[in-house]
Ligand binder design. Structure first.
Ligand code: N1C
Length: 260
C-alpha cells in the first residue's frame, strides 16, 4: 500500500524558525527566571508549552493576540516605576545603554523580551512541527506569530509603565518618530496617562552626522502633540552625553569623540 508523502510546508519569504528554538527559549527562561530573578517563581516548562500552543498547527498568517493570551499571563511580572526605556530604530544602542548603566529597562530586560529576542518562529496548519524552512515576512502578512508577539508584548510593557518613561529615537533617519513603528503605533497609545506623567525623548545621532536641532524636527513635534493630547508631558534632548560616550567606545577616533 502506497503511503502519501507528507504535505510540503508552505514557502514564505521570511527566514524560518530558529534552529533549536525550544532549547534556546527554555534556556533563556531558566536563565532569566531561575538564575537572574528567582523571586519570580516562573514555571518555564509551562511557559514553553503556552508559547508553542500559540502558533503550532495554525495558519501563520492568522495569529491573534488571543493566541498569546495564556503565555502573556504566565510570563507577566512587575516593572518598577520610572525605569521604562522604549526605543525605535536604535535597537543595539538602547540595549547597550541599559547593560552599561543599569538604571533603565527595555522590554528585552523583561522575561517576554529576553526569551524571544532575535528569534523567529512559525508553524503550519498541516503539521504539528515548527516550520524551519521559512516564515511569513511581515510584508506577506501582518498577523504572523512574530509580529503579533512583539506587538502584544510591547503593548503590555507600555501599559505597565509608570512615572517617567524614556524613549531613545534615531535622529539620523528622516522620521525618528514613525507612526507605523511599534513605538509609534502601539506603545505611545498604550501608556496610561493616569500613571505616566512625562516622556523624556532622547534623539540620538550617528557620530559622523553633525547634530542638527533634532528636537524641532516635524516628526518629533508630531510625537509631542500626540503625547500632550493624551495628557502626558513631553521633554526632548538632542544629545545625551552618556549615550554618546557609549557610541564613542566603538569609534574613539571620531572627531565627535575627541573631547570626550
Ligand atoms: O517598531 P519599533 O522599532 O518602534 O519597536 C520598538 C519598540 C520598543 O520600544 C520595544 O519596547 O517596541 C518594543 N519592541 C521590542 O522590544 C523588540 N525587540 C525586538 C519591538 N520590536 C522588537 N524587536 C524586533 O524589532 C521585532 O521583530 C520588531 O518588528 C522590530 C522592530 O524594531 P524597530 O522598527 O526598530
Amino acid at each position: 500500500r502506497r503511503r502519501e508523502p507528507p504535505a510540503p510546508l508552505p514557502q514564505w519569504k521570511g527566514r524560518g524558525s530558529t534552529a533549536h528554538l525550544r532549547e534556546i527559549l527554555l534556556g533563556r527562561c531558566f536563565s532569566y527566571a531561575g538564575l537572574l530573578h528567582p523571586e519570580l517563581r516562573k514555571d518555564c516548562l509551562k511557559i514553553w508549552e503556552a508559547f508553542e500552543k500559540a502558533f503550532i498547527s495554525k495558519n501563520p498568517c492568522n495569529i491573534t493576540e488571543e493566541d498569546y493570551q495564556p503565555l502573556m499571563a504566565l510570563a507577566a511580572h512587575p516593572i518598577p516605576c520610572n525605569k521604562t526605556l522604549l526605543w525605535s530604530k536604535t535597537n543595539e544602542l538602547a540595549h547597550q545603554y541599559t547593560k552599561v548603566r543599569g538604571d533603565l529597562l527595555t522590554l528585552e530586560d523583561t522575561l517576554l523580551g529576553y526569551m524571544a529576542d532575535g528569534l523567529m518562529w512559525c508553524g503550519s496548519p498541516s503539521s504539528a512541527e515548527m516550520n524551519y524552512q521559512s516564515c511569513p515576512h511581515w510584508r506577506e502578512c501582518a498577523n504572523n506569530p512574530n509580529s503579533i508577539y512583539w506587538k502584544m508584548a510591547s503593548r503590555i510593557f507600555a501599559e505597565a509603565a509608570c512615572g517617567v518613561v524614556h524613549v531613545m529615537l534615531n535622529g539620523s533617519i528622516s522620521q525618528p518618530f514613525g507612526n507605523s513603528s511599534i513605538f509609534g503605533s502601539v506603545e505611545v497609545h498604550h501608556l496610561n496617562p493616569k500613571r505616566v506623567h512625562l516622556m523624556k525623548v532622547w534623539v540620538i545621532h550617528n557620530l559622523s552626522a553633525q547634530s542638527s536641532d533634532s528636537c524641532s524636527k516635524s516628526s518629533i513635534k508630531e510625537l509631542k502633540s500626540i503625547l500632550e493630547g493624551r495628557n502626558i508631558a513631553f521633554s526632548c534632548k538632542g544629545d545625551h552625553r552618556a549615550v554618546q560616550l557609549i557610541q564613542c567606545v566603538g569609534n574613539p577616533e571620531e572627531p565627535a569623540c575627541r573631547a570626550c
